[in-house]
Design a protein around this ligand. Structure first.
Ligand SMILES: Cc1cc2nc3c(=O)[nH]c(=O)nc-3n(C[C@H](O)[C@H](O)[C@H](O)COP(=O)(O)OP(=O)(O)OC[C@H]3O[C@@H](n4cnc5c(N)ncnc54)[C@H](O)[C@@H]3O)c2cc1C
Length: 317
């Protein structure tokens, strides 16, 4: 299969979701005896050249230096028409949600969004979660296709290293009307928290009992240099702002370590955090569903464990 992986560059750096998706593209190429071409708009960061791809297609035009949907759509339309990939894969970033549906409509290509994996058993299918993450559905479709993978679908640290030749393609986009001008980026909005890039998250659930107890977990988060996350009830009660909510109606995260404190592990929470490398759960109910996905489970009262944990981490530092 001829796979193109669109690589999003944010402030000169390869977007982490794009690296995860590149891992997926490499696995798909291995399963189908195919090849991966990385498609980059604007300057190619050096680290991208260290990943195993057949080539890096560097699409150049002054209009592509900063994100702008109409230019992006026109540029990738032309690349798809001239290069004829079987599929183009994307990380499911805010930008991709903005411009790729329009690209799909323009080219009349199916866009399979927010997928969590693929299968190549009989024919090529992608897996999507439906009904609030309760059901995994395998979807068959016809190539060429556009596919986006959600955060945590593949692991950035499993991307294969190698070398890649860069092939530059210069485009003249001057005839494209620049009638859509992007505003401030979502994660840069004042006061917003981008948990998707956090390496360590200490997340708190209803088990914390009341707002006055939040500093207990905040102290642990600070000791671990971690971001503070939470389940939905914590937001509904107004104990923490929505920007810290993890789950289907909050953020999707994939840190190295996710510490779940007093969180039952409802499916709506799991879909947002099951991509974490290591999940540690503290819950006093040994039958809590969080233990089904936890790497380390501690059946205990968080009010007993958390202060001791904070103390010992501080002592080690
Ligand atoms: C459309 C929709 C979208 C949703 N989106 C989200 C979402 O984005 N994120 C999300 O999180 N939820 C979401 N939910 C809600 C979800 O269904 C659950 O209700 C929620 O995740 C439960 O949060 P919780 O685990 O903190 O609370 P609970 O399910 O009440 O669990 C609390 C846990 O704390 C444990 N506990 C209590 N006291 C202690 C103690 N002292 N020490 C240790 N453990 C203790 C209990 O044993 C229990 O397991 C959504 C629901 C719907 C319908």
């Amino acid at each position: 299969m001829k796979i193109f992986a669109f690589i999003q560059i944010d402030d000169g750096v390869v977007n982490r979701l794009s690296v995860e998706t590149l891992t997926g593209a490499q696995k798909l190429a291995a399963a189908t005896n195919g090849s991966v071409t990385a498609v980059v708009f604007g300057a190619v960061p050096d680290d991208l050249k260290t990943y195993k791809v057949k080539e890096i297609l560097n699409v150049q035009a002054a209009e592509l230096e900063d994100y702008s949907p109409l230019y992006y759509i026109e540029a990738l339309s032309r690349i798809i028409s001239s290069e004829s990939p079987d599929t183009v894969v994307f990380g499911h970033t805010y930008q991709v949600r903005d411009w790729v549906p329009r690209l799909s409509a323009r080219l009349k290509l199916p866009f399979l969004v927010d997928c969590i994996g693929f299968k190549t058993d009989d024919n090529f299918t992608v897996t999507r979660q439906i009904s609030q993450g309760k059901i995994n559905a395998d979807m068959a479709f016809e190539n060429p296709s556009l596919i986006s993978f959600q955060s945590g679908a593949f692991r950035a640290d499993e991307v294969e290293s190698g070398t890649a030749e860069v092939r530059a393609i210069a485009l003249d986009l001057s005839a494209v009307p620049g009638t859509i001008r992007p505003g401030e980026k979502y994660q840069q909005a004042r006061g917003s928290v981008d948990l998707s890039h956090a390496k360590v998250i200490v997340s708190v659930g209803r088990g914390i009992g009341k707002e006055e107890n939040i500093p207990l977990v905040k102290e642990l988060a600070d000791a671990l240099s971690a971001e503070l996350g939470c389940s939905r009830p914590v937001v509904d009660y107004g104990w923490l702002p929505h920007e810290r909510q993890v789950g289907s109606s909050g953020q999707t995260v994939s840190p190295k370590l996710y510490l779940a404190l007093g969180i039952s592990g409802a499916i709506q929470h799991q879909v947002g955090m099951k991509g974490a490398d290591t999940i540690v759960a503290i819950n006093k109910d040994e039958n809590a569903p969080i233990f089904e996905i936890a790497d380390i489970g501690i059946v205990a009262d968080l009010f007993e464990i958390v202060p001791k944990l904070t103390e010992s981490i501080k002592a080690k530092k």
